[in-house]
Design a protein around this ligand. Structure first.
Ligand code: KIV
Length: 280
């Protein structure tokens, strides 16, 4: 909810914490919301000081921290320490804890229990869960306990096997299901909804019909905010990155070059130099 050109200055000058009402106001005032994932205190601190509005401690930590192929294996116990580290490191940004696969689907009791764990053990400000119509009950129950919920519809990675892989959702007649999901999560009390991998036109329709803000991950420009997985965004990801990602840095190459230089310096005695050694 900041002018991108002045984000860092604004963040320093105005440390007013981002709250759910800021998401609502951003939509009302046509100000774009910015989000990134984060899984640790280093990136959380940097992104927060730069003026990011929210940080998602995503279950994409499964891939980016724990080295799994999909998000399915990661557990609540895996995510809690990462979420705590992120929440401890922000002054302004709103921190969203992602509820992992298998931690909320069976009942609203299970969903509330998991949400309580995240809120009590990490100091996150909200939780996120995947699914539309089929998760209405869970969202309603968590919200009724005073916990803000960010919903997540369109392509939902926890269902990737059910969906037949990374398939764009909401195309053609699929837009009706997308709209039904969007209305269901809004009616259940979600304060915002992530739209992942949906066509720009479908996302525009959802954004127009909903009162709550839409956050796009591969949903084109006609949404209320954008969210990216930071490791994709910063050029860490190996191999194919999704079409919708714009790479803002090339950190894999930078780090790789740095470690190569370090190895060479140690091998040929260039490091440590006299300036790195203590006098007798
Ligand atoms: O875990 C994650 O990174 C996510 C985003 C892709 C929305 O859920």
């Amino acid at each position: 909810m900041t002018d991108p050109t002045a984000a860092a200055a604004a963040a320093q000058a105005n440390l007013k914490k981002v709250r759910t009402r800021h998401f609502q106001n951003a939509k009302k005032n046509g100000v774009k919301i910015t989000g990134l994932t984060s899984y640790d205190q280093l990136t959380a601190g940097i992104f927060d000081r730069a003026g990011i509005d929210f940080l998602l401690v995503g279950d994409s930590a499964a891939n980016n921290v724990y080295g799994h192929e999909t998000t399915l294996p990661v557990t609540v116990d895996d995510l809690i320490p990462l979420t705590r580290a992120v929440a401890n490191s922000v002054s302004r940004a709103f921190v969203v804890a992602d509820m992992p696969f298998g931690s909320y689907e069976t009942s609203s009791d299970e969903a509330l229990h998991t949400a309580f764990r995240f809120m009590k053990e990490t100091q996150a400000h909200a939780v996120k869960l995947e699914g539309g119509v089929r998760r209405e009950e869970q969202i309603r129950r968590i919200v009724s306990a005073g916990i803000p919920v960010m919903a997540h519809i369109g392509f939902t990675p926890q269902s990737e096997h059910g969906l037949g892989g990374h398939v764009i959702q909401g195309r053609g007649a699929g837009v009706e299901q997308l709209l039904a999901d969007a209305h269901a999560v809004e009616d259940a009390g979600a304060f915002a909804v992530v739209l992942e991998m949906v066509p720009a036109g479908a996302a525009a329709r959802v954004t127009q019909e909903l009162r709550i803000p839409t956050i796009g991950v591969g949903a084109g420009p006609h949404v209320n905010g954008q969210l990216l997985v930071w490791t994709d965004w910063a050029g860490f990801t190996k191999g194919r990155i999704p079409k919708f990602v714009k790479q803002y840095a090339n950190l894999r190459k930078n780090l790789s070059d740095a470690v190569t230089a370090y190895i060479a310096d140690v091998a040929d005695g260039a490091y440590p130099g006299p300036e790195h050694a203590y006098d007798d």
